[in-house]
Design a protein around this ligand. Structure first.
Ligand SMILES: [Zn+2]
Length: 351
């Protein structure tokens, strides 16, 4: 019987004020020599808090700087320039710096702390990194973070669009799991039951959380906990099957088609609603979450076009030709495209 080894974060802190305790989390595990990478412009915002915390815990900072590249060649250069005494790498910021720091840590076989400052997607807890290779974006294997530290006060201080993006990426687990079950039912691939269970629990716990306002601590904690759990579901599955289905294919296609795509989770969220209607599965719930949180209202302020979604739906199966999601079947592609003109909600929020 083959045994399955999975890596899960040893340290997972999601609550108010965790950023000022970063030093303590490192020191507890004896990680006393750190390299710290911040996202663009974030040293001004969070540098003091992080550096003071590390200093007070007796952690030496061997290097710290802002990083603004996800070019694989830059990151390889960076990784092999890291001081040989380094024991841990911290990535603090949005998706880009987290992916860059994650990959540098992977190359140097060092533990990595993922410290997202916005809630735009589940990338902060995934074991892969989205990097540029010859100018094109690829998802490359890396490793699950050793530590995930989310300060909900920091998440709250980021613009609301990042919260909406997180909401869109989180509800997409509903359609993604349904696509996975569909493809296995059609003889493609196999199910990993425990990955499905974790991803389902993550999304269900999130959509059932009572809250007054999307800035409530309980709401943000649920959102970030659930996004972190999604990353763990992927780790269990050994890939992104539990968290990325037809709705993600539409978003990846939009990224290719558009000069300036919207945030990942915004595109994914709209595509999730489309695919849930096509799958005839839990679309009322998704609509309710988007209505109650203000996701739809935010989408209405954007310039997202129906014609772009139509092109993206046609392109979707070619993005992952080895899969068999609903969008790999012509009649469901046609149904998805038809919705763009017949669905009342989509007609209202898209141009
Ligand atoms: Zn996603």
């Amino acid at each position: 019987m083959p045994e399955k080894n999975i890596a899960i974060p040893s340290i997972l802190k999601v609550s108010k004020g965790t950023l000022k305790d970063v030093g303590e989390y490192l020191a507890i595990d004896g990680l006393m020599n750190a390299v710290v990478y911040f996202g663009n412009g974030l040293i001004d915002l969070f540098g003091d808090t992080v550096m003071t915390s590390l200093k007070e815990a007796g952690v030496s900072v061997l290097e710290y700087c802002e990083l603004d590249t996800v070019n694989i060649d830059d990151i390889i250069d960076l990784a092999f320039g890291i001081n040989s005494h380094a024991q841990v790498i911290l990535g603090i910021g949005g998706g880009k710096v987290i992916d860059a720091a994650k990959y540098a840590a992977y190359l140097r076989k060092l533990p990595f702390f993922s410290i997202p400052t916005s809630s735009s997607s589940d990338g902060f807890s995934s074991s892969s990194a989205s990097l540029l290779i010859d100018g094109k974006r690829y998802s490359v294997p890396a490793r699950m973070a050793y530590g995930i530290i989310v300060d909900t006060d920091v998440i709250k201080s980021a613009p609301d669009k990042f919260i909406y993006s997180g909401i869109g990426d989180m509800v997409s687990k509903i359609t993604a799991i349904y696509d996975w079950q569909f493809e296995v039912a059609n003889g493609v691939g196999t199910m990993v039951d425990s990955a499905v269970m974790v991803a389902k629990k993550a999304v269900n716990s999130f959509v059932r959380t009572p809250y007054e306002d999307i800035h409530d601590d309980i709401f943000l904690r649920e959102l970030l906990d659930s996004l972190a759990m999604s990353g763990i579901a992927n780790e269990i599955a050994g890939g992104s099957l539990p968290t990325s289905g037809s709705e993600h294919l539409i978003s990846h296609a939009l990224d290719k088609l558009l000069d300036i795509p919207e945030l990942h989770g915004i595109q994914v969220g709209v595509a999730t609603y489309i695919m849930a209607v096509v799958q005839n599965h839990r679309y009322e719930r998704i609509d309710k979450v988007f209505t109650d949180t203000g996701f739809w209202d935010y989408v209405m302020t954007l310039d997202m076009k129906k014609e772009d979604f139509i092109k993206a739906i046609d392109m979707a199966p070619s993005i992952k030709p080895h899969r068999y999601t609903f969008l790999h079947v012509e009649k469901y592609r046609e149904a998805a495209k038809a919705l763009l003109s017949t669905d009342e909600k989509l007609s209202r929020v898209l141009k």
